[in-house]
Design a binder for this molecule. Structure first.
Ligand code: MN
Length: 206
């Protein structure tokens, strides 16, 4: 099933010069030994936020749900101030092994540099009338609350499907006011390095 969910991912990359994961089954198998946690991910699935310096700079938020990385492009990146509403544009599901991807996409779709800006496990906190809801159901219902356990980001974030301006892909990302909230911190401008390799996007530009 995860295979079918990646057909958009593959279609967009046809003919591109890129070293991004292909999303083929063999790629996922080979990555499972690499510590990305395909077995340990059931209870605490993984999230990643990639800083993607493409034609326009943005941050790609990806949540492991149903065997793929469900993805949103966030032009301004996440804010840790609960007063900020950040537009999040739902994009195509990505293969799980994309969570470790850093590199330079030479040309074609998404050309530019990608670093892993933050990553870790997350917990799905979504409830409806006091009942816990699975991440897949929450996604379908258009409201997700997830607690991130990252290096730069901690605490809960709410994702809401707003369909702003009639755009089916339009969501909002807002920090929940909890221990991870901070009105003074601005990690998307002060902490630009990769949490995996300390590299910046500029380092990958060569
Ligand atoms: Mn992107």
């Amino acid at each position: 099933m995860a295979e079918d969910r990646l057909s958009d991912y593959r279609k967009k990359r046809k003919g591109s010069r890129t070293d991004e994961p292909t999303g083929a089954a063999k790629d996922r198998r080979s990555s499972s030994g690499g510590g990305s946690g395909s077995t340990g991910g059931r209870k605490h699935p993984r999230f990643v936020i990639q800083r993607h310096d493409a034609s326009s700079l943005h941050f790609d938020l990806r949540l492991e749900i149903g065997g793929v990385l469900v993805s949103w492009a966030v032009p301004k990146g996440p804010s840790v101030d609960p007063a900020d509403k950040r537009l999040a544009h739902r994009t195509e599901d990505h293969p799980l092994d994309y969570a470790d991807y850093e590199g330079r996409i030479e040309e074609g779709y998404g050309a530019g540099t990608v670093i892993v800006w933050d990553t870790g496990r997350y917990e799905n906190l979504t409830e409806h009338d006091g009942e816990a809801i699975s991440a897949e159901d929450a996604l379908a219902a258009g409201h997700l609350k997830v607690e991130l356990h990252g290096e730069k980001l901690t605490g809960a974030f709410a994702l809401t499907h707003t369909k702003l301006g009639g755009d089916e892909a339009s969501w909002l990302l807002v920090k929940v006011d909890d221990h991870g909230a901070d009105r003074r911190r601005n990690p998307t401008s002060t902490q630009n390095e990769s949490v995996l390799t300390d590299r910046t996007n500029a380092d990958l530009q060569e």
